[in-house]
Design a protein around this ligand. Structure first.
Ligand SMILES: Nc1ncnc2c1ncn2[C@@H]1O[C@H](COP(=O)(O)OP(=O)(O)O)[C@@H](O)[C@H]1O
Ligand code: SF4
Ligand SMILES: [Mg+2]
Length: 376
């Protein structure tokens, strides 16, 4: 197996709707003299999502989550890899085939303004994909808009209003209605509830859950809020510096993280989990995310890891299976072997440099609003 923690099957037992293997995406170019900055935003990423399943994708800001989602939807070009939807290779499709794909995969952004034209009524915004993809117009389209508004808990009369007339939660409902208008199978939710207050967040999450069940949707749910991801996901993938470092069923990963980065991220969730042996302790992550244009040799997490060993600075760890499901890319599983498939709780908490409990440093950075105006 290659170096990222990828590829374990879904928890809902169905064949994968989406299967990503060895996905690489970079930005920027080097000149013939080797000058210039190349950011490897996504490195050898693999994911699977079954029909009706939600895969959470977590990691600090800048770890490559959005780029992964966008590459899956063919909104940014990938350098290499394979993306299969319903068994069909879709990497690099163009023209009519790409338009066909847009029907099957949609995206909901953090900021609904990025997918809703402020000068257009929400009815017209929801109608646009119907017109483009289904040639629907006139009465049929108005009826479908009313149906969709009802589906997301709004009233048919809302169709005549403009985005600014809605609250943040209502606007996100409109964006969801628009994304669902052409019956997609997969929806990439990129920080879709991150800008909402907690009670509105809960309402929109419940709505997404209801829609997933009634329409058998699959979600790639990208978020930096780990509590939200736990609530909505069946499985989770943890991303660091463009790599998937751990995957697994949500309960296993949250109760028994196997990767030191996952452990550190989870330790920052404010409500301590009474079942976790390391409850209440925050793990100090030293330093910032390294420059993705100049990543460390060996394990991408080696510059900040409390368990780092000499081998980590030289060799990329291979992915190994973890007890309870999923995989992890960490030398602790194989060097020795120390853990050999067990979670990190078998090692206890990492040492804190000054002997005190480390508190308050790791706060996965809140992300600013999406500025892209790309719609699918
Ligand atoms: N269009 C772009 N051009 C250049 N660099 C980009 C672009 N989009 C993202 N990046 C870089 O790719 C890396 C991953 O970004 P992103 O996927 O947005 O991470 P996340 O969603 O986890 O915050 C970051 O270093 C970011 O600066
Ligand atoms: S122990 Fe080594 S391989 Fe594992 S996360 Fe830390 S630096 Fe990476
Ligand atoms: Mg992002």
């Amino acid at each position: 197996m290659n170096a990222s923690a990828q590829g374990e099957g879904s928890t809902v037992g169905a064949p994968p709707l989406l299967e990503v293997r060895g996905l690489n995406v970079s930005f920027g170019k080097k000149s013939v003299l080797g000058r210039g900055r190349v950011v490897r935003a996504v490195n050898d990423v693999g994911l699977q999502i079954a029909s009706g399943e939600t895969l959470g994708l977590v990691g600090e800001s800048g770890s490559g989550k959005s780029t992964t989602g966008r590459a899956v939807l063919q909104l940014v070009p990938a350098d290499s890899g394979s993306i299969r939807l319903d068994g069909r290779e879709i990497m690099g499709v163009r023209g009519k085939a790409l338009r066909g794909l847009r029907r099957q995969m949609q995206m909901v952004f953090q900021d609904p303004y990025s997918s809703l034209d402020p000068s257009t009524t929400v009815g017209a915004s929801i109608t646009e994909p119907l017109r483009v993809h289904e040639g629907l117009s006139g009465r049929a389209s108005r009826e479908r808009v009313a149906e969709l508004l009802d589906l997301v808990g709004l009233r048919p009369s809302h169709a005549d209003r403009y985005p600014y007339e809605f609250s943040g939660g209502q606007r996100q409902r409109v964006a969801i209605a628009r994304a669902l208008s052409i019956n997609p199978q997969l929806v990439v939710c990129d920080e879709a509830v991150s800008a909402l207050d907690v009670s509105t967040q809960n309402q929109v999450i419940n709505l997404l859950e209801d829609l997933r069940e009634s329409l058998r949707l699959s979600y790639l749910f990208i978020a930096h809020d780990l509590a939200v991801v736990r609530h909505i996901s069946h499985r989770v993938a943890v991303m660091y510096l463009g790599h998937i470092v751990e995957t697994g069923p949500i309960e296993r990963v949250y109760e028994s993280p196997a990767h030191p980065y996952t452990q550190a991220l989870l330790s920052a969730i404010p409500v301590p989990n009474p079942d976790r042996k390391d409850r209440g302790r925050r793990i100090l992550l030293q330093g910032d995310l390294p420059d993705p244009a100049d990543p460390p040799a060996g394990c991408p997490f080696s510059t900040r890891c409390a368990y780092v060993m000499p081998v980590c600075r030289v060799e990329m760890p291979a992915t190994t299976a973890v007890d309870g499901g999923g995989g992890v890319a960490c030398h602790l599983q194989t060097a020795g072997p120390v853990l050999a498939g067990r979670s990190l709780s078998h090692l206890g908490m990492p040492a804190v440099p000054d002997g005190r409990t480390a508190r308050g440093r790791l706060q996965p950075a809140a992300e600013g609003p999406q500025t892209s105006a790309v719609n699918t």
